[in-house]
Design a protein around this ligand. Structure first.
Ligand code: PHE
Length: 345
């Protein structure tokens, strides 16, 4: 072995030891790479040695090349091993950092509820649908004709004062009751008919028991032989099924321009079963709405032969039904949507 090669061998051994130490002492992938470049890169020690080969006697060149290459491969291998070691260490650290404690309590998703007024409405409509009533909705903005005229409430009629109307531009109003739905049905549908209407109504009025924006349930039944007895039976059926109790109802004579005769409906107070309590002001009775037989004048307005057809209609306050059923003592709680209130139903 020529002295040149012997020298080289010694030198390579030193380089290997140095390089291995350097590679093993760094702690991150970038630094590791920098070390590698120091030995194997373009300006690296081993690359330099390779270049020196050109100045050697031809006989020494193959051995020289072989040895330098071997050293290169060795370093490459050490580098690779260290590289995977550091990579998995980094991964472990990352997993450690991002560890999730699956046993911690999660955040609770709050589930919404159907508003109590919607619940009550849906239930009332469902009860009536079992005896053949079909649901009808109408517009909230009505013309004077549907809200008043067709219901036999002519202009200047004192009954218009009963209704504290919000007037809109032109001939329009915010409907003051759901009775216009009766007219829409009578105009469009075939007789006999049974329809239940519902929705928001508006009156310029508010205190502990009145809101400017509230809701009504409207019933209309038209057939060839309809009497007050049918009306009373229907209302009794509705009330008993809604309050789930045998409750008496009573009619007090009243007046509505669109019904004749007309009555105010009271039902036995479902909270005290008629014995008298705070809610019914010790009377044992609670007023729930108005009703009557369809006034023949209304039939005439929409071109229905009142000699042949009769009908009954009733209108209940939905807030009122909800207040009685759930013992709510302030109507203003319904539109407030305070979750502490809404969640109770
Ligand atoms: N529309 C009347 C009101 O709001 C209630 C009613 C409806 C009365 C149907 C009789 C018949 O006061």
């Amino acid at each position: 072995m020529s002295p040149v090669i012997q020298d080289l061998k010694k030198k390579l051994e030193e380089i290997k030891v140095q390089a291995r130490e350097a590679l093993e002492s760094v702690e991150d992938v970038q630094a590791l790479y920098d070390v590698k470049v120091g030995f194997l890169g373009k300006q690296g020690v081993l690359t330099q040695l390779m270049k020196e080969m050109g100045q050697l006697p031809v006989s020494d060149r193959p051995q020289w090349g072989l040895l330098v290459n071997e050293a290169k491969n060795f370093l490459e291998q050490v580098y690779q091993e260290r590289f995977s070691e550091l990579k998995s260490k980094e991964l472990m650290q990352k997993l450690q950092r991002e560890k999730i404690d699956m046993t911690l309590p999660g955040s609770v998703a709050r589930v919404g509820k159907i508003h109590v007024l919607s619940q009550v409405t849906e239930e009332l409509v469902a009860i009536l649908s079992r005896i053949g009533y079909a649901l009808r909705l109408g517009p909230i903005i009505e013309s004077d004709f549907y809200n008043f005229e067709a219901l036999n409430i002519p202009a200047d009629h004192p009954a218009r004062d009963m209704q504290d109307t919000f007037f809109l531009e032109g001939d329009y109003v915010l409907r003051t009751h759901t009775s216009p739905i009766q007219i829409h049905s009578l105009e469009k549908e075939k007789l006999p008919l049974r329809v239940v209407g519902t929705g928001a109504v508006f009156r310029c009025d508010h205190d502990i028991s009145h809101l400017p924006h509230f809701h009504q349930l409207e019933g209309l039944c038209v057939d060839e032989r309809i009497s007050m007895a049918d009306l009373k039976g229907t209302i009794r059926y509705l009330v008993e099924n809604f309050f789930k109790k045998n409750l008496m109802i009573r009619f007090r004579p009243s007046f509505f321009p669109f019904t004749e005769p007309s009555a105010e409906v009271d039902c036995q107070c479902p909270l005290c079963d008629g014995r008298g309590c705070q809610v019914c002001k010790s009377s044992g009775w609670i007023e729930i709405g108005g009703c009557g037989l369809v006034n023949p004048k209304v039939f005439s307005k929409v071109g229905i032969n009142f000699q042949k057809w009769q009908g009954f209609a009733f209108g209940f306050g939905i807030e009122r039904m909800a207040m009685i059923r759930h013992r709510v003592d302030d109507i203003r709680l319904f539109p407030e949507n305070d979750l502490r209130f809404v969640k109770q139903f």
